[in-house]
Design a protein around this ligand. Structure first.
Ligand code: HEM
Length: 305
C-alpha cells in the first residue's frame, strides 16, 4: 500500500509540521542553555526524541513535545516498540522466522502487545474525532484514510480488509521502519561531522548562504532542495553507514550470473536473494578509499554520478 516514492511525495505536504518540531527542539535547547550552563546532550536521544515528535505529528496526528514533557506516554510507547536493535526483538524475530508455530504456541509476539494497543487506540480515536468533525489534515492518517476509502470502494473489498484497524497498523509500521532508519543515519552523520571539522564548516557555510532567503526565519522545502552540499553530505553518510545492511528480493525468473572468475551460479525463480549494501558501499572497486568520509564523491563533477 505504501511505497518509498509515496512517502517522499508526502514529505512535501508535511514539511511545515516537520519544520515546527525542529523549531520546537531548537527553542528548547536555546532556553535550556540560557537557564543553565552549557550542557552535554546525548545525540542519539536528541534525534530520537525529535523524530518521535515528528512521527507523532506526521503519522499519528498528535502534537507532542518530548523535550518539555520528557516522559509522555506516547514517547515512552513509541520509543520502546521501535527499539529494533534490541536483543529481545532480534531473538523474537529469529524465533518467529525459524519456528513460528512454537512462538505462537508459547504466546510470544514480535512486538509488545500493550504498546501496539496504545498506539492503535491513538490512531483510532483520531480517526473517530476527524470523522465527527469532518476535519482534513496533511498527515499519514488522512492519506491512508483517503486511500482506504477510495480503494475500498473501487475494488469492492470487504470492510475488514480496509478497516480502521488496518490504518492503525500501517501507522505503527511507519514508526517501526522510519524511526530506526532515520536516527541511525543522523547519529552517524553527527559522528562524521565531529570527526571532520572542515566538512562541518563547509556545510555550515552553505546553510548560512540561505539565511536571507528564509521567510520569517522558516526553512521551506524548495530552499532545502537547493542545499547541494547538504545533499552530498547525507548521501555520503548513507553510503558509509547505510541504515539497512541488506535488501531482500524474490527472483521472478531463472537467471544465471557469471563471476569474474568464470564461475557461474543460477538463481531459480522464487529464490530469496539478499543484496548486501555494506559490501558494495565499502568496496574500493566502486568507492575509492571507502573508509574516508568524502561528500565530494557525490558532487555533480564526480564520476560516481
Ligand atoms: C534516512 C532515513 C531512511 C532510510 C535510509 C530509508 C531506507 C529505506 C529503504 C532502503 C527501503 C527499501 C527497503 C526494501 O525495499 O527492501 C525503505 C522502504 C520503506 N521506507 Fe524507508 N528509509 C528511511 C526513512 C523512512 C521514513 C521516515 C519512513 C516513514 C515514516 C519510511 C517508510 C518506508 C516505507 C513505508 C517503506 C516500504 C516498506 C516495504 O515496502 O515493506 N522510511 N526505506
Amino acid at each position: 500500500m505504501i511505497t518509498p516514492s509515496q512517502t517522499s511525495s508526502k514529505v512535501r505536504l508535511m514539511f511545515d509540521s516537520i519544520n515546527d518540531i525542529c523549531h520546537q527542539v531548537v527553542d528548547f535547547l536555546k532556553a535550556e542553555s540560557i537557564e543553565t550552563n552549557p550542557k552535554a546532550y546525548e545525540v542519539g536521544d536528541l534525534f530520537a526524541r525529535s523524530l518521535i515528535d515528528i512521527l507523532g505529528a506526521c503519522v499519528f496526528g498528535i502534537k507532542v513535545d518530548s523535550f518539555k514533557e520528557s516522559n509522555n506516554t506516547y514517547y515512552k510507547n513509541a520509543k520502546e516498540i521501535s527499539c529494533l536493535a534490541s536483543l529481545g526483538f532480534n531473538v523474537r524475530m529469529i524465533g518467529g522466522a525459524i519456528c513460528p508455530k512454537l512462538m505462537k504456541f508459547l504466546g510470544i509476539n514480535l512486538l509488545n502487545v500493550d504498546k501496539v494497543e496504545f498506539l492503535k487506540n491513538l490512531v483510532l480515536s483520531n480517526i473517530k474525532t476527524r470523522r465527527s468533525t469532518k476535519a482534513k489534515h496533511s498527515d499519514f492518517i488522512q492519506f491512508l484514510s483517503d486511500v482506504h476509502e477510495k480503494e475500498g470502494i473501487n475494488q469492492n473489498l470487504t470492510s475488514s480488509e480496509f478497516s480502521d484497524d488496518n490504518i492503525a497498523y500501517e501507522c505503527i509500521f511507519l514508526l517501526l521502519v522510519g524511526l530506526e532508519a532515520t536516527t541511525s543515519v543522523l547519529n552517524f552523520l553527527a559522528y562524521e561531522l565531529a570527526k571532520n571539522p572542515l566538512i562541518q564548516e563547509k556545510l555550515f557555510e552553505e546553510i548560512q548562504t540561505f539565511r536571507e532567503e528564509l521567510k520569517e526565519g522558516k526553512l521551506s522545502y524548495e530552499i532545502l532542495l537547493n542545499m547541494k552540499y547538504l545533499d552530498m553530505v547525507v548521501s555520503e553518510g548513507l553510503r558509509k553507514w547505510p541504515s539497512f545492511a541488506y535488501h531482500d528480493r524474490i527472483c521472478t525468473k531463472d537467471y544465471t550470473m557469471e563471476y569474474e572468475t568464470g564461475k557461474t551460479y543460477t538463481f531459480n525463480k522464487g529464490d530469496v536473494i539478499w543484496i548486501p549494501f555494506v559490501d558494495y558501499h565499502r568496496n574500493p572497486k566502486y568507492f575509492l578509499h571507502p573508509e574516508n568520509f568524502d561528500p565530494e564523491r557525490f558532487s555533480r563533477k564526480s564520476s560516481f554520478n
